[in-house]
Design a protein around this ligand. Structure first.
Ligand code: MIG
Length: 783
């Protein structure tokens, strides 16, 4: 309590610790190497280097024992067994795999890592690594004076994290999120260091509590872990996209989601009855507002027991799900980890009989208070438990459900520490560890159990999963939303850097509750938030019990019209979204990007957080203040076309752009292309025709690739996809399209049109060398 008053800053308080009491690893006593691993015994512990891939190296230091060859389940890549050379001099041992060189100082142990061109990836300088008396491990890395830092998963604040101290400890935070609220629900101990266009990455794989300090020492950052040992991976870049390709090669990529999950989601805590849900979907239909998903929050359950429906509120869930599916609407119910302690509840009985719950060392079960009251928590760190949890989902599958929403999986517990007792033991697939050591992976393992369980049971259909909590690698299983934000303009502002940094941490399928969860929205806020949300990867309107209703029509016709227009825009842009999602799935490049990713040589982009890119050629600049109808937008080099007015804006400078309530500034780069489909009720309706919009520029050189597949199965993995690659070039007289097609899938649409914007009269269009005839509506037929 005292910490909520000025007492928190009483003059006697020591504000921060230091490396003062750190014990250094000391000097190297002996070393050896085999295959792809180098091992050194130091005065204070063991040090290992493993070359994982050309651009990925793993470094470990365990002051308390041996370094393990094994890696955490965040990692899916096994080391390739890269040959590396070992060169010893008096002071150093140098390991080199060609693309990465690790220079190891022998006395004391110091590690400097360079790329193949001798550019420093990470260096230690004077400070090294070691441990503290209380068992913490610490390591330091030099920070260049021009360096910027991105990533770190789900963090409040701005885009660049230099100057921050960031803690990783998955936490349920209902208190209003502000720039110093930390930690939140997700822990992604990964970051990108960026120095004037040169990007490298570092992933510190420790699922206990870790602290990244980019503040206390202007020349070094430090990483401290409360438990476990030092275990990290370095990614050589050199671009941000390369770092993300490398990081997601190591920790996995997002599966291609079902198309419906990229549409518009409507949620509320809670739609409380079958009747209410049916009425909701009807209103969407009556009003012609597109809708793909309705979420069911905790009220659908019988006394908050997972894997049940309350039959008084939802008399026939199977019929409800089937009827909505006919309308093209999917139902996604919430599932929390806590299992109610109720001897008459089969899920609890089974958990006890089969020994599936988290326990203390002495065998007693850990119980915590959550929605259902006293509850036990499945030990998802164990494959046996994950299998069981997956099987339980047959309950939802039998009702026709194909998507699940995981909440409270930090795990959140209503007690002093807000989570599970850190002394609880986890089976951890045969390598038992305490909750303290594994805390940040609880939600990850729940996600793994759920996704794999659904996938196995959906008979070839793609599952959708949404999770609040996670760890590095969660992108393999789930989309992420940023938890309990509020209907504050500040929270709309905050959602941009937050979701961008999630994307820069491997999690591209992310979004914030549109309109804000807690507190009360208003028409203007909801309209502006829907505009921004319609251009973010995960697009869901959600609000809390007791707050003003927040459905698209809640604030009257004036706002409804605008909100509808942007939800429609989401559907018009769906072929573009889907193409970008597929790229993210294949390469790890985020869908929503900070400008710095595309313009790494332009310093104006390095801290830019209040506008973003969708793909490599579209800039979105939402309005995020009340009563604002004009804003400054930064446009990098090149010319940019205003999406709504068609006006050309010169890049390399700031513009004041008009933004009346019904308009969010969107710019498409001149000389590039985007794909549009038709506005529809939802993704169940197929496009009859697609249009590629090309924004003419005489110096065009652009590669576009439209991707499509059935949107629901895994057949694309066996060649059942469609990719049309278009190489576009232009001169003052003509536009030249070189088109190639790939894959066996034939899309539903019957025609593919080309619309040329800002082309002058008489401009000729050539498709693979043949001149195209213009249609009466001004477009050209490509397919
Ligand atoms: O603490 O299930 O973040 O989206 O509506 C409340 C009720 C528990 C927190 C989630 C929120 C959800 C709510 N849950």
């Amino acid at each position: 309590m005292l910490n909520d008053t000025s007492f928190a800053i009483h003059p006697g308080k020591e504000i921060r610790g230091s490396e003062r009491d750190m014990y250094d690893a000391g000097k190297i006593l002996s070393f050896a190497h085999d295959g792809n691993r180098f091992l050194a015994r130091c005065e204070n512990g063991e040090f290992a280097v493993t070359f994982y891939a050309d651009e990925i190296v793993r470094l470990q230091m365990n002051p308390f024992g041996e370094t393990e060859k094994k890696h955490s389940q965040a990692v899916v890549l096994e080391p390739e067994g890269l040959p590396f050379s070992v060169t010893e001099t008096g002071q150093t041992v140098v390991l080199s795999s060609g693309k990465i060189r690790v220079e190891i100082g022998k006395d004391p142990l110091r590690v400097n890592i360079y790329d193949g061109e001798n550019r420093p990836l990470f260096t230690e300088g004077k400070k090294g690594m070691g441990f503290k008396a209380d068992g913490e491990v610490v390591m330091f890395k030099e920070m260049g004076k021009d360096e910027f830092f991105y990533g770190f998963g789900e963090k409040t604040g701005y885009l660049n994290k230099r100057g921050e101290i960031l803690t990783m400890w998955n936490s349920d935070v209902y208190a209003p999120h502000n720039p110093e609220t930390d930690p939140l629900y997700q822990s992604i101990p990964f970051f990108i260091a960026f120095d004037r266009g040169f990007a490298r990455g570092l992933f510190f794989d420790n699922p206990g509590k870790t602290v990244f300090d980019l503040q206390s020492d202007p020349d070094h950052l430090s990483i401290t872990a409360e438990s476990g040992s030092i275990d990290y991976y370095v990614f050589a870049g050199p671009t941000m996209k390369d770092v993300l390709a490398q990081y997601t090669a190591l920790t996995g990529r997002m599966p291609l989601p079902p198309k419906w999950a990229i549409g518009y989601h409507q949620s509320r805590y809670s739609y409380e009855s079958e009747e209410e849900v049916r009425r909701l979907v009807e209103i969407f239909k009556e009003k012609g507002i597109p809708l793909d998903v309705v979420h069911l929050d905790i009220h659908y359950m019988r006394g908050f027991r997972v894997f049940t429906f309350d039959r008084s509120r939802f008399p026939d869930p199977k019929k409800l799900v089937a009827d909505l599916k006919k309308e093209g609407v999917h139902v996604v119910p919430i599932v929390d980890p806590g299992v109610k302690e109720d001897p008459e509840y089969p899920v609890f009985q089974e958990g006890i009989r089969k020994d599936l719950f988290c326990k203390y060392l002495d065998g007693t079960i850990f119980y915590g208070d959550v929605w259902p009251g006293n509850s036990a928590f499945p030990d998802f760190t164990d494959e046996r438990v994950r299998k069981w949890w997956g099987e339980k989902h047959q309950f939802y599958i039998d009702l026709g459900i194909e998507g699940i929403w995981n909440d409270m999986n930090e795990p959140a517990v209503f007690n002093e520490t807000k989570t599970m007792d850190v002394k609880v033991m986890h089976a951890n697939d045969g390598d038992p560890k305490t909750h303290r050591e594994l805390h940040n992976m609880y939600g990850f393992f729940m996600g793994k159990a759920t996704y794999e369980g659904l996938k196995e049971r959906l008979k070839g259909k793609r599952p959708f999963l949404l999770t609040r909590s996670g760890y590095a690698g969660i992108q393999r299983y789930s989309a992420v939303w940023t938890g309990d934000n509020r209907s504050f303009w500040e929270h709309l502002q905050m959602s941009l850097p937050m979701v961008m940094n999630l994307g820069l941490s491997g999690i591209t399928f992310a979004g914030a509750d549109v309109g804000g969860f807690a507190h009360h929205a208003n028409g203007e806020l909801l309209a502006r938030w829907t505009q921004a949300g319609s251009f973010m990867p995960f697009f869901r309107n959600h609000s809390a019990l007791g707050t003003l209703r927040q459905e698209p029509w809640a604030f009257g016709e004036k706002y409804e019209k605008i909100i509808k227009k942007y939800i429609e825009l989401r559907y018009r842009w769906l072929p573009q979204w889907y193409t970008l999602f597929e790229e993210a799935h294949r390469k790890g490049t985020p869908v929503m990007r900070p400008l710095v990713m595309e313009y790494p040589d332009d310093e104006n982009t390095y801290s830019l957080f209040d506008q973003f890119m969708v793909g490599d050629n579209v800039i979105v600049a939402p309005i995020m203040q009340p009563a604002q109808t004009v804003r400054s937008v930064y446009l990098p080099e090149g010319n940019w076309i205003h999406y709504f007015t068609g006006e050309t804006f010169e890049g390399g400078k700031y513009h004041l752009v008009e933004a009346p309530l019904e308009q969010m500034p969107i710019f498409v780069k001149q000389g590039t292309m985007i794909a549009h489909g038709e506005v529809k009720r939802n993704t169940k309706e197929k496009d009859e025709s697609l249009t590629l919009h090309y924004y003419y520029g005489p110096d065009t050189r652009y590669e576009f690739a439209l991707y499509d597949d059935d949107g629901e199965s895994f057949a694309y993995q066996d060649g059942e996809y469609f990719r049309k690659s278009i190489r576009i070039s232009a001169d003052p007289e003509a536009v030249y399209l070189e088109v190639k097609e790939e894959g066996n899938y034939r899309p539903d649409w019957k025609e593919l049109k080309l619309a040329v914007h800002n082309g002058k009269e008489g401009l000729k269009i050539y498709l693979n060398g043949k001149a195209l005839q213009q249609n009466s509506d001004g477009t050209y037929r490509l397919y």
